[in-house]
Ligand binder design. Sequence first.
Ligand code: HEM
Length: 494
Amino acid sequence: MLWAVALFLITAFILKHWLSSKSFNLPPGPRGLPLIGHFHLLGRLPHISLQQLSKRYGPLFHLRLGSVPVFVVSSPEMAKEFLKNHDTEFAYRPRNNAVSIVMDCRSMSFSPYGDYWKKLRKLCATEIFTAKRVSMNTQIIRDELWELSGELLRASKAGQVVGVRPHLRALSFNVMTRILMKKTYFGSKASGDPAIAKEASNFIAMIDEILEVGAAFSITDYFPYLSWLDLVARRAKVAGDKMNGFLQKVLDEQRPGEVPDFVEITRSHIGNDAGNLRALLMDLLLGGSETSSTVTEWALAELLHHPDWMVKAQQEIESVVGRTRMVEEGDISKLEVLNAIIKESFRLHPPIALLVPHASIEAQKVAGYDIPKNATLLVNVYAIGRDPQVWSDPLEFQPQRFIGSNIGVSGQDFELLPFGSGKRSCPGLALGLRNVQLVLSNLLHGFEWEFPGSPKDQPMGEAMGIVNFMAHTLKARITPRLHESAYTTLQLTE
Ligand code: HEM
């Protein structure tokens, strides 16, 4: 009897699905399983599973994850179709239960396209990420680089092998917390105080947990009727409470007259609601920290595997900067090789491989296909970066492809979209890019880098998560290239 009921339900489900897909002109896609749809086709690294599927089903294909229709874009032309020609229609975000819990539904990254989101984006464009502020913030990046150079000089004198990621991560976190909260959690300024050191390690653990929870499979998003089984939601509640408590303490600690600029400006735009302030702080902290350090680590790893490009970059920097000072903001536009290396690293290792998922709340017709309402859109920028129809020798690290080329990373060229494109593209592009350019150029100018052992001991695999980390943190032996006085030119002089 049970078998008969089960068979009836499955047949009814398949028939309903088949009939509904017949009445729509859907893009191609693989056959799904009852109830779960295509979850079984997604491996540990979904952008790679989806890249493989695009080889079979083309530049736009569709899947079903539980009850959610998902459309996957894997070519520059299709990316342009959705992110430019249908930008507004796909400027929404799909439901993300974990993020809603952590940020109390007020995050900029996951807010629906509407008045509140527009207010936040306007605040970013007119106040937080203006050219003047990015230039002021560049001073903070340089000061943190000064701190990092000191650590690297000490490590090189002691003959230590350096694990690169913790240093880059600490730098990026300090840059963001100094900009947003006027606080420094890592390095010599913080390590003297055990209370700050403890706060810093709690802070990093919280960020890791939130990134993990954000990337985890939350059953509520795909099977809303099973939300009572959602363990991720419970973890999200614990992580969100901790992070919100931490940020509230930061806000409370500011005495009148000592309020950080960022909070002051934000209050004047979106009001004094503590929940809104905390959500924006968290959004910018999460968005701004891991992305820049991740791509810098990938770039360094590629250069260690391609020492001819390391030498080319160092020679170019030396010809522009000389040997008596470190690289400054004004030098960057003259460093063609460096910028080509950064673009090539973004092409092969975009930090957010599928962008943040987009969604449309209404049914749409795009490129002749029917896209139903509440569909999720994934743009596989990783697959576009490695497509042989777009790039020659796509798996090779060949920065020369960008020398003399007009292709940029700002979202106008759909073959290279590390920051996305259109309305939902990254508001922190200028700051994030400046961070990567300054950090990478100064690390190359200031130090010789080599693998501690054979290059084969440093695999280039990827770890699972929202941000596309190296699976094995980069390890290197470094030696200073310049006289010690040159490093002091990074110091803040105000
Ligand atoms: C190398 C550095 C960075 C990379 C590669 C990067 C990449 C991205 C990408 C791919 C998106 C999603 C675009 C889309 O959905 O179409 C995004 C969104 C976002 N990024 Fe960045 N980002 C970086 C740095 C930053 C920085 C420094 C900040 C802030 C301080 C930031 C804050 C945000 C926010 C708030 C969003 C959500 C925007 C929205 O939904 O309206 N990012 N970023």
